[in-house]
Design a protein around this ligand. Structure first.
Ligand code: RB5
Length: 164
């Protein structure tokens, strides 16, 4: 087998990388963070649908989560991102929907494990939270990780059966 130089290898890996199709939504508490993440996702080469908000006018976060979940269910999205001041209200709202598993990570480790072990299909961030790492890095950790399956599939199935 030929030995590849690093730049060729990088190009091959980049071509083989799964392109994500992502829906994102935020309330007024995370407008700036949401806009930053949209830009970051575009730079990664992934596809993004931005459901708003587009101004700082106060809204109720369950409404924007509803829009994001309906959009997620309507097309073959790979994941959804929801943001509010703390990430708490949007994660609670998203997790009320059948089939949605929304992670609320503290750092990149938790973001990656939310995918690897919990098969999270949504991730929540807080625009008013001081994380110890840039949120872009946390998002990359989540997007660049795959679900491990195995014993974790059984556990995820049990989550989905809770009070079905
Ligand atoms: C809105 O002021 C704020 O309550 C919301 O963004 C969020 O932090 C709720 O969990």
């Amino acid at each position: 087998m030929d030995i590849l130089d690093m730049s060729t290898l990088h190009l091959i890996l980049e071509e083989k990388r799964v392109k994500h199709k992502i829906v994102i939504a935020a309330d007024h508490g995370a407008l700036e963070l949401k806009n930053r993440l949209v830009e970051h996702i575009r730079k990664r080469g992934d596809e993004i649908t931005d459901m708003g908000v587009f101004s700082e006018q106060s809204i109720d976060y369950p409404d924007i989560v509803k829009d994001a979940v309906e959009e997620f269910r309507s097309k073959p999205y790979t994941c959804g991102i929801v943001c509010c001041g703390t990430g708490i209200g949007v994660s609670m709202s998203a997790n009320k929907y059948q089939g949605i598993r929304c992670a609320l990570p503290q750092n990149s480790y938790a973001a990656a494990m939310g995918k690897r072990h919990n098969d999270a299909n949504f991730i929540a961030f807080g625009g008013r939270i001081e994380y110890c790492e840039p949120v872009e890095e946390m998002l990359d950790a989540y997007l660049n990780t795959e679900f491990e399956g195995g014993r974790h599939s059984r556990r995820v199935e049990k989550i989905m059966k809770i009070e079905e």
